[in-house]
Design a protein around this ligand. Sequence first.
Ligand SMILES: NC(=O)c1ccc[n+]([C@@H]2O[C@H](COP(=O)([O-])OP(=O)(O)OC[C@H]3O[C@@H](n4cnc5c(N)ncnc54)[C@H](OP(=O)(O)O)[C@@H]3O)[C@@H](O)[C@H]2O)c1
Length: 288
Amino acid sequence: MDAERRVALVTGASSGIGKSTAVKLAARGWQVIGVGRDPERSAAAEAEIAAAAPAGGFCMVRADFTLMAEVKRVADEVGGRTGYIDVLVNNAGGVRDRQYITAEGTEATFAANHLAPFLLTRELMPLLKASAASRPSGTTRVIAVSSTAHRMIDALDFDDLQSLGGFQPAFAYGRAKLANILFTRELARRAEPEGIVAQVMHPGLVASNFASHGDEGMRTYMASAAAVSPDEPAETLAWLATEPAGGHPGGRYFYQQAEETPSAAAQDDAAARRLWAESETLLAKLGF
Ligand SMILES: NC(=O)c1ccc[n+]([C@@H]2O[C@H](COP(=O)([O-])OP(=O)(O)OC[C@H]3O[C@@H](n4cnc5c(N)ncnc54)[C@H](OP(=O)(O)O)[C@@H]3O)[C@@H](O)[C@H]2O)c1
């Protein structure tokens, strides 16, 4: 890769917000690596994003992020393609129609929305540090895509972090999206001395493929609500990735290119520290 060129890794690039974000960064001349899951959506998105990119400016890696072995494989593969990452956009995720327990024994909503970006960020930390060592301060960034659904949750239940008992899809999703904000707060604190900035945003209600993975109630709700194009939150993500506004201080929550205040539960630093420790413990039990 050309060392002058900015490199971004965008997860969930096969559809919706992630695809549009990858197009926008590629069109700005960035080298973009996307992660997609579904073979057909990934192939179609790869063609679309590559058409917006300079020659060789985009490639897609495929993985199912409910499985931590797949997340680790992606991190290793990305490390084989680039020596640094300037911006990591942890966007992949969404709601499910019911509880799924993965082959690794985790709950799928929690695994894909929280555990996967947690592990991916940890595994890519050497590449993020390599960027921070040679770029202007505050331009190496990790950006999470959360949701207003985090407001449904008063506090994380550390006795059942994965929603293994009494599973309700929307609440499991809300907990995972609350975890995105808490993770970002703690990451921002830990990565600040390294010169790496972590921010989180919510995209609003977006007309993407999101609802198709949810239950009937979610599909009905999404169909009846006024939704924006994925291009709108993607513009905020590209802005957070490239503009000074997305720099220091980290740990901030954004919507439509402006800072907002998340729920009280999302500002609980003790919960953020505990979530970090519990996530490390869970990953260690899984062998990561
Ligand atoms: N749409 C909304 O109204 C809304 C609102 C708030 C927050 N969000 C958040 O915005 C983010 C992007 O969603 P979207 O609206 O763009 O929905 P989308 O069109 O369904 O795109 C989701 C992306 O994430 C990928 N993904 C989902 N689960 C995955 C898994 N287990 N492993 C690997 N990749 C996975 C999908 O891959 P495939 O398509 O290849 O399967 C797709 O690329 C999500 O984190 C979502 O929670 C969306």
